[in-house]
Each structure stands twice: as structure tokens, then as C-alpha cells.
Write a protein that binds this ligand. Structure first.
Ligand code: ATP
Ligand code: MG
Length: 235
């Protein structure tokens, strides 16, 4: 069962094997990702870059068990996501994967701290523990003084920090971010990617960040390029 036998390096937390995604069928079908192979190990932050429509979000969604590949397999911590039923897959997402999206996606009627703590419920985290952990994370991310603010009263950069805190609440081994700096200026974008980098490197997580920003990509351990749904091999 274990991949470690043929993977002496070990530590692979996320693995795509021959992943293809075709949306729809017949004349209207769109082939978004073709035969993608990718392995991300503990402590590695990869940047996924490519033109609009090249398949970045589709690949990220497959890696995050949000989207089922038409062909191929995704493994999270050696578990074949395709072998799980709907309930187990939801549980895997809630407990093992942290997501950060382009728009922070905070609930407008919950404070920053409540937004972060709320996702604990999906992972079976006791309420009080979730609140305490949310406070610690908001502090670490430099927005403790905004904990009781509603999202509308936060700047774009602060919202993204809250979204990162939320993604880290349950201490997931995998962190996936889809253009988390798209709405930020260069400086704030840089800060956000540094926070993501620290979460991956210090936390021994596997991270993937989709970005159009060369400054963000430069902070990654590896840049993975995609064009027309195909990963471009790098030397
Ligand atoms: N639900 C869907 N149904 C049909 N086609 C889709 C769907 N989602 C994406 N596509 C198509 O799949 C291709 C890849 O889309 P994807 O969103 O993965 O690209 P992307 O690289 O993330 O682009 P962007 O940089 O603009 O976010 C595009 O041609 C897109 O139109
Ligand atoms: Mg996209």
C-alpha cells in the first residue's frame, strides 16, 4: 500500500498521477488538464503559473479533492482520494486541507475571529479550542487587533490574513491557495506570500499557490508551469 517503498525520499503529502479533467461531454466538452503528474512533499511550497484558462484552478481543485479527475489519481498523505466516499472526502477536506482563495471569502456577518473559528466545527474541533486557536493565529498573522471587526471593516490584506488563519485553524498538512494576492498591491501581496511560505516551511506542510505574480512565484521552492492544460517539464 505504502508509496514509501518506491519513494525513498518519502514525505509526499500531495500527489497527482496522470490527472486529466474534461468538463462536460460531446461537442461542448473542454479538456482543462491533461495527464498531470505532480508530487509535493512536506515543507515544499510550489507556485503554479500559466496563462488564464490554462487549467490552474482545475488542477488545484483536483489536488484539493474538490473536483474528481476524469482520469488519474490524487493522493493526499497516501490516501487515494478517488477511493473515498462523499462523506470521507468531505472530512478529508475539512481536516487535512487548508484553502485560501482569490477573494478571501469571509462570511460578512461574522467577525474576523468568528470566521476563523467557525471552520473548526467541520473538523470536529471543540468550540472553545477553535476560538483559542483562532486568537493565536490572528496574533501570529498580525491581525489580532482586528479580531472583533467584521470583514467589511478590514483592508484587503487584512482579509487575506484572516483567510490564511482560517485555512490553518485545524493545522492541515496541505495548504492550497488560488491567486491569494490578486486583489492586493505588491507589498501586501509579498507579505501574504511570506506568511504562506512560513506556514508551509515552519509547519512542514505541502503548499501550492496559483499566481500570476512573478514576485509571489519567486518566493516558492519550485515554479510549476502549465499551458493548455499540460504541465511543462522543467530542467
Ligand atoms: N465548470 C466548468 N465547466 C466547463 N469548463 C470549465 C469549467 N471550469 C473551467 N472550465 C474551463 O477549463 C479551462 C481551464 O479553466 P481554469 O479555471 O482551470 O483556468 P485557470 O488557469 O485557473 O484560469 P484563470 O487564470 O483565468 O483563473 C478553461 O478553458 C475554462 O473555461
Ligand atoms: Mg483560476
Amino acid at each position: 500500500m505504502s508509496d514509501h517503498l518506491d519513494d525513498p525520499g518519502g514525505g509526499a503529502l500531495v500527489r497527482a498521477e496522470g490527472c486529466t479533467k474534461i468538463y462536460g461531454d460531446g461537442h461542448t466538452s473542454v479538456t482543462a488538464v491533461v495527464d498531470a503528474d505532480l508530487t509535493i512533499r512536506a515543507g515544499e511550497l510550489f507556485a503554479l503559473v500559466g496563462p488564464s484558462g490554462s487549467g490552474k484552478s482545475t488542477l488545484l481543485s483536483m489536488l484539493g479533492a474538490l473536483l474528481t479527475p476524469t482520469e488519474g489519481h490524487v493522493r493526499i498523505e497516501d490516501v487515494d482520494v478517488g477511493s473515498l466516499g462523499e462523506r470521507k472526502r468531505t472530512e478529508l477536506r475539512a481536516r487535512r486541507i487548508g484553502f485560501v482563495f482569490q477573494a478571501a471569502g469571509l462570511v460578512p456577518f461574522l467577525t474576523a475571529e468568528e470566521n476563523v473559528a467557525a471552520v473548526g466545527a467541520f473538523a470536529g474541533m471543540p468550540r472553545q479550542a477553535a476560538r483559542q486557536r483562532a486568537q493565536v493565529l490572528l496574533d501570529e498573522l498580525g491581525v489580532a487587533d482586528r479580531a472583533t471587526h467584521l470583514p467589511a471593516a478590514l483592508s484587503g490584506g487584512e482579509r487575506q490574513r484572516v483567510a490564511i488563519a482560517r485555512a490553518l485553524l485545524v493545522d492541515p498538512p496541505v495548504l492550497l491557495a488560488d491567486e491569494p494576492t490578486a486583489h492586493l498591491d505588491a507589498d501586501r501581496g509579498q507579505q501574504v506570500v511570506e506568511l504562506l511560505g512560513a506556514a508551509v516551511h515552519d509547519g512542514g506542510r505541502a503548499g501550492l499557490v496559483v499566481t500570476h505574480d512573478p514576485g509571489v512565484a519567486a518566493r516558492a521552492d519550485r515554479i510549476v508551469r502549465i499551458a493548455d492544460g499540460r504541465l511543462i517539464p522543467t530542467a
